[in-house]
Write a protein that binds this ligand. Sequence first.
Ligand code: OSB
Ligand code: MG
Length: 360
Amino acid sequence: MKLKTPFETSFGKTIDRHCILVKIVDEEGDVGWGEIPVDDVPYYHYETVETALYVAKKFLVPKLLEINVAEPKDFLNATSRIRGHVMAKAGFEMTLWDLLAKKKRKPLYELIGGARDRIVSGVSIGIIGNMESLLKAISRFLNEGYRRIKIKIKPGWDVKPVETIRKTFGDIPLQVDANAAYTLENFDIFKQLDEYDLLMVEQPLHYEDLAEHAELQSKIRTPICLDESIKNIYDTKAAVKLGSCRIINIKPARVGGISESIAIHNYALEHNIPVWIGGMLETGIGRGFQVAVATLPNVKYPNDISASNRYYEEDIVEPPWTLNSDGTITVPKKPGIGVEVLEERVEKYSRKILEFKSHV
Ligand code: OSB
Ligand code: MG
């Protein structure tokens, strides 16, 4: 799917989004949908369209067809020997959640203990090297009602845009995301950013380096929020114990699905670490899972869950996700993720459709 505008981060530029959609039809004819929001290149995350497809075909689908699934965790247990490949797994786990919720005739958010009927939306703006265009984009998103602005930064594009945004828009809720582009040698940059009352600085250092994040956090006022570094509950515990962050960005697909998202959410809640829900430019299907998880009680900051029209000319769900004038998105009350998948559109955008059947 072609993005309305290219999305640039410290690791590269996305123009067309490729991903894998999962559809599961059970023996009673009930249907679940899910999304594996992989990219073509392993820059933000190590999995790609090709690796996820391989793992799905070779390991996940055969296992799924072999076992009895009453709940998503039956699938997780059956595939627990497969290390890594969390996004591929998550795509199936989430599909099973949608299916389960539909079978129970309940909205997904209710099934997972969600506690609100609207979620707060922020917007994530890629690197726009031209200041005037960046300010224009921010002004447009603020007018639409978005409740927080996040800009991507990289060495050479950090303090200056933040300073200019503060001068132009004053005290708006603002945060930056470095996507791991800095090292402790850049400490001076973080010292300068510390003066701008940012809500948080997201993933400043290497995606494996919890120790140096802890060191940086001890030296700046601005809360560090980890994104890439949080891959599961185990590194969540390590990050919290080490003091590597004060906020966590949970992306359901990045951590292996809904069950792991809930585990991270609950652990963070017990340790007074607020969370929010991030994204990877998901289609309307993946967005449904983000919205459901964003209803959990410890979600305390605006989410990277924007309306369909922030990303795509046309989404593949009906109704598309829309922003209320107060900068929220209403949580659907229909069963499952609560939006209908437009299969004709899915086919229109599909490059490849694979079908697998159980012979049991
Ligand atoms: O780091 O949060 C990120 C998009 C793709 C990959 C990584 C990130 C992002 C975003 C956009 O920031 C979030 C969204 O609006 O979906
Ligand atoms: Mg991020």
